[in-house]
Design a protein around this ligand. Structure first.
Ligand SMILES: [Zn+2]
Ligand SMILES: [Zn+2]
Length: 298
């Protein structure tokens, strides 16, 4: 009896230790919704979390996080990428109800017309890291037709996650950060032919495919082909157009080139599952470990 108990106890402790080790080496990510009807992205380390944009209602955020087993009490900040309504719709209520600080630039706040509790408003500066417990958020400017738009990289436990949506073209900032990401939410907004032949008025087509509009499947794929790092384990294709894209085709297209990177298409209507992203894929340490460099002759 004792032996059996001891065996289970040791195994239990061993498992617990392993689970804690895994948590300390990873970040959790999920899309709560993605598209022109609302965007909200979750990144957390098990203790603290941030949301990038809240473009769906507070109620929907609550429902979806509950279904995923994620806790709003861990959310230490909401980062706002820009003032378009599909990125801010639920911010006021969510921030007020849970007293969550909102990180937003003065220009975006002014143009958003959000009414936020002043004590919950935090600014941020381009390329200046915001530390929230074990997480660090780096905002960097992007090309989009908004007053002061930013993309973000969230770092923690040696893992980097990119949130790269609403970008008209791939600038050096996007390339530099994408190359370092272990996972990314990457915009794949439209198929060029579907947009061209679609029913949108000419001015809107021009706006979407302009330098400060949205990223096409082809632009996103080019980024993947030229700059995806070996260690990127998950790519979540985001902000797909309802009218000018097809989730099945876009997934097939990217999967052909993604090799060992898992390709996920974020839905316009529901949350994705939660993905645990590791600094180095489990079991593949040697493959990704840097070779030992001999620095002197001896
Ligand atoms: Zn958007
Ligand atoms: Zn936008």
């Amino acid at each position: 009896m004792y032996t059996v108990f001891g065996f289970y106890l040791i195994n239990g402790l061993h498992c617990l230790r392993n689970i804690m080790l895994l948590c300390n080496m990873s970040l959790l990510i999920a899309s709560l919704n993605s598209g022109s009807n609302g965007n909200c992205y979750f990144v957390g380390n098990g203790n603290e979390a941030v949301l990038v944009d809240v473009g769906i209602s507070c109620k929907e955020v609550e429902k979806r996080m509950l279904r995923l087993g994620l806790s709003l009490s861990q959310v230490k900040g909401i980062f706002i990428s820009h003032e378009h309504s599909d990125h801010i719709k639920g911010v006021e209520v969510l921030s007020r109800k849970y007293s969550i600080p909102v990180y937003i630039t003065a220009l975006t706040l002014k143009n958003s017309r959000l009414v936020l509790s002043p004590d919950l408003v935090r600014g941020f500066q381009s390329n200046e890291t915001v530390e929230l417990g074990g997480l660090a958020v780096i905002p960097f400017p992007k090309l989009h037709d908004a007053s002061d738009p930013y993309s973000f990289v969230v770092k923690g436990n040696g893992v980097k996650i990119g949130v790269l949506t609403d970008i008209g073209s791939v600038c050096q900032n996007v390339i530099q950060h994408f190359k370092q990401c272990h996972a990314a939410f990457l915009e794949a907004n439209y198929d060029e032919i579907l947009l061209e032949n679609g029913f949108y008025p000419y001015y809107l087509k021009q706006r979407i495919r302009g330098n400060r509009g949205h990223l096409s499947n082809k632009q996103a794929l080019d980024l993947l082909l030229c700059h995806k790092p070996e260690f990127m384990s998950v790519l979540i294709l985001s902000h797909l157009s309802k009218d000018n894209n097809c989730p099945i085709l876009v997934k097939e297209l990217f999967m052909q080139h993604a090799r060992h990177t898992k390709v996920v298409v974020a839905s316009r209507h529901q949350e994705t599952e939660v993905f645990r992203i590791f600094a180095t894929p489990v079991g593949e340490v040697s493959k990704y470990a840097k070779p030992v460099i001999q620095t002197s002759l001896f």
